[in-house]
Design a protein around this ligand. Structure first.
Ligand code: KDG
Length: 322
């Protein structure tokens, strides 16, 4: 089976050999200021957000000649400038980042209890809510991507109108050969209510080739009794690949070509901070698929990367690559 998302793209920010084909991953969503607990009761400030975290980890595991880009919207103030500089400094192409004058970026703070994280957010008016306002810009950015990744959070921050515009643009990109990957990542508080969340997730799934849900969230949102129910729902929505993550427990896989499989992630000695577990799983999974791995092998690679990330504090863990 050929690698996922192989088609010719444009030259981008990543160094590559002359004439090499560019397989470009474009992640779409909201990156925020992150306040992560540090020693001595302090917080360290960084920048993170689920789809950006996926881009960041993918950049680290993909070969240099495969470009990785990020699409969001930020303000025009100093912290927005710092954020865009940060994105680019991480080797992620920021040329599709939209600038809006009357808004700024959101912020979240991580609280930890026994390694399990909870977040508090200040994002109600963030610029990222306007990321799908310019349809032509969306089409242009999507036309240059081979694989487009978005999440339930990407959908949740958009108005109904903007979400419909975003999904229509994904559908056009898919018709033009892009591979669309959807991490369902639930944030109930960002949705108008449980039914709006269910409708929104199914709207996103209807334009996706690959869906990467988490079983605990699917139980909460749809009342699934088994991972097989989760798979069936996204399969019926049109996905060709569904991998149901389940924390430290068994992953359940279904793929239109490879059929069903399972994978038991290796036990992790100590979970320090589960932030970005799913995001890094997605990065490891997509990077593996883009470089020719089977769905089962990609699941193994996604789970292995997530297992390292949860042993570090904060969303982005550079030291696991040292
Ligand atoms: O919760 C969100 O909206 C975030 O994007 C913050 C975190 O970086 C993300 O959830 C980690 O998975």
């Amino acid at each position: 089976m050929p690698p996922v998302g192989v088609r010719r793209g444009r030259a981008d920010a990543q160094p590559r050999a002359a004439g090499a084909s560019v397989t470009r991953l474009l992640c779409v969503g909201e990156i925020m200021v992150e306040m992560a607990p540090a020693d001595g009761g302090l917080f360290s400030m960084g920048f993170a957000g689920d789809t950006f975290n996926t881009a960041w980890y993918a950049r680290r595991v993909l070969p240099d000649d495969v470009g990785v880009g990020y699409l969001t919207a930020v303000g025009t103030d100093a912290v927005s400038d710092r954020m865009v500089d940060f994105i680019a400094a991480q080797g992620v192409d920021a040329s599709a980042v939209r600038r809006v004058e009357d808004r700024t970026v959101g912020l979240y703070m991580i609280q930890l209890q026994d390694g399990e994280r909870s977040f508090s957010y200040w994002r109600g008016q963030s610029a990222a809510k306007t990321l799908a306002d310019d349809e032509a810009a969306l089409d242009a950015a999507f036309a240059e991507a081979s694989v487009i990744q978005f999440s339930g959070i990407t959908l949740a921050i958009l108005s109904d109108e903007a979400r419909a515009r975003f999904c229509a643009a994904l559908s056009r990109a898919r018709a033009n050969g892009a591979h669309v990957a959807f991490d369902t990542n639930l944030r109930p508080r960002l949705w108008a209510g449980p039914q709006a969340m269910r409708d929104g997730l199914l709207q996103g799934a209807s334009v996706a080739d690959t869906v990467l849900p988490s079983f605990d969230e699917e139980q909460m949102c749809f009342g699934d009794a088994t991972p097989a129910e989760t798979i069936d729902r996204y399969r019926n929505a049109g996905a060709r690949t569904v991998v149901v993550k389940n924390g430290a427990e068994r992953c359940h896989i279904w793929d239109a070509d490879e059929g069903k499989a399972t994978h038991d992630p290796a036990p992790v000695a100590k979970v320090v901070d589960s932030t970005a577990a799913g995001d890094s799983f997605g990065a490891g999974f997509l990077a593996a698929r883009m470089t020719g791995a089977s769905v089962l092998e990609a699941t193994k690679q996604g789970a292995a990367l997530a297992g390292k990330v949860v042993q570090k504090r904060g969303a982005l863990a550079p030291d696991i690559f040292e």
